[in-house]
Design a protein around this ligand. Structure first.
Ligand code: ADP
Ligand code: ASP
Ligand code: MG
Length: 429
């Protein structure tokens, strides 16, 4: 009999009725013969509430010296949900128990608030589910060798689920959420369109489509470029360990059609789309360094300092300045790091030879992703033409084999996503 991991996100366990529905879905899989481990998130809004509480007591900047206790606080939400689901299952007559991380254990490194799982002992856990008991495990957290609680970064329950599935050698990892699969773009963009559009407005015609299958590579790009349906690390891990992942709706009853989206190897996908999806991220800032000395080693010094400060730089554009012997450098980083990036470049010794640092925070990154791009020409032209037709200016560009990203004014994010969705023929009929 096969082992199965089911994961339920925050909205799926938001109240007792939803928890009861989750229990019915779990009971049905067990009834069908699966040996089941369930990974749960905190109830929706709970982790945010705990983060606010931790900040209220420890200060806004929860860095070194604070982040271990921050983890103790924010990990608490998931423990509650494990107990609630185990109770709901028992109420239905299904044998179930919660397994906290230290009881399994799920071990991670000690990088608090962004820890990585290193090892899971699947022995006792596997034996329990093989004996017919449902195991309910808190997502988002682990324990260090020194017995301290860690968390895996926001959205980390997806990663817990994939890691548990890998450790148990599960047939599949089913990620139940508030959408019924991975879509060609964030389905919420449609709703924004409907709010703002009048009937007959072209925006009303935009419709994201559920994908039946998506390759690990594409899903990895989609997630890292802003589609938060799966945490990026969970996709990385699924790809590395060959875990089959399915994303599907938790808002159904057992037996309802719920095919979801399968995340799998590229070889399994027969029809390779040139572009499979459009992603966006508003969590971007653009820094422009004006009048930088045009000598070897300057870029190494600038980006070396940013790397030392653990600031993740994404797009980089270098151009000649009008002044002799000077250049301009533009780069992007996560919005929350913009201020720190500026400080790192303006302070510190030796002083960097540059005239000015400008920071713009009202920018967004919009990306198109598709494995078919590898063998297709003209993909970039379609993108740039579609944006130009809407009068949207491109401020920076980054490409890889299977994606093209552009940086634009944040106020045009939705317009750009819709225009690109249409330009690549992704709109539902
Ligand atoms: P959970 O709480 O279940 O982990 P999340 O809120 O983390 O759920 O992720 C689900 C959300 O991801 C959806 O409600 C949707 O708005 C968003 N999303 C963004 N991009 C996509 C996409 N391409 N396909 C599906 N959902 C997406
Ligand atoms: N509860 C955590 C969060 O809100 C983890 C998760 O839901 O995946 O980020
Ligand atoms: Mg999530």
């Amino acid at each position: 009999m096969a082992r199965l991991v089911m994961k339920f996100g925050g909205t799926s366990v938001a109240d007792p009725d939803r928890i009861a529905r989750v229990a019915r879905l779990v009971a049905a899989e067990r009834q069908a013969g699966c040996r089941t481990a369930v990974v749960v998130s905190a109830q929706s809004g709970e982790t945010d509430r705990l983060v606010r509480l931790a900040r209220a007591c420890g200060g806004e900047e929860l860095g070194p010296g604070f982040d271990d206790e921050y983890d103790v606080v924010v990990a608490a939400g998931e423990q509650v949900t494990t107990g609630l689901l185990a109770l709901a299952l028992r109420k239905m007559g299904v044998p179930a128990r919660s397994w906290q991380n230290w009881q399994i254990p799920i071990r991670s490194d000690a990088a608090h608030a962004k820890a990585r799982i290193e090892d899971i002992d699947a022995g006792p856990l596997g034996a329990a589910i093989d004996a017919g008991e449902v195991a309910v495990i808190p997502g988002f957290q682990a324990i260090t060798a020194g017995q301290r609680i860690t968390t895996l970064g926001r959205g980390g329950s997806d990663t817990s689920a994939v890691a548990v599935a890998a450790a148990l050698g599960a047939l599949r990892c089913d990620i139940y959420t508030d959408v019924d699969g991975v879509y060609t773009t964030d389905p919420r963009i449609v709703r924004y369109g409907e709010e703002n559009a009048l009937p007959g407005d072209p925006a009303m015609r935009h419709r994201a489509r559920r994908l039946e299958k998506i390759s690990y590579e594409e899903m990895l790009e989609m997630a890292s470029l802003g589609a938060k349906v799966l945490q990026t690390r969970s996709v990385e891990l699924a790809m590395a360990k060959g875990v089959r992942v399915r994303v599907l709706s938790s808002f159904v009853e057992p037996g309802d059609p719920n095919p979801g989206t399968i995340v799998c190897d590229e070889d399994e996908i027969v029809e390779k789309q040139v572009v499979s999806g459009v992603a966006y991220s508003r969590d971007e800032a653009k820094l422009t360094l004006l009048g930088v000395a045009d000598t070897p080693g300057v870029a190494a010094e600038i980006f070396g300092r940013l790397a030392e400060a653990a600031i993740n730089v994404d797009m980089i554009v270098q151009s000649q300045s009008r002044a002799e012997g000077r250049q301009n450098i533009v780069f992007t980083c996560p919005d929350r790091d913009a201020g720190r990036a500026r400080d790192v470049l303006l302070s510190g010794t030796p002083k960097l030879d540059l005239e000015q640092v400008q920071v713009r925070r009202d920018v967004a990154k919009v990306s198109v992703i598709g494995i078919g791009m590898k063998s297709q020409v003209g993909v970039a032209r379609t993108m740039f033409a579609a944006l130009a037709a809407k009068g949207i200016n491109i401020e920076a560009i980054a490409t890889s084999e299977i994606k093209i990203s552009v940086l634009i004014d944040a106020q045009y994010t939705e317009l750009a996503v819709r225009a690109l969705h249409t330009a690549y023929g992704l709109d539902a009929a």
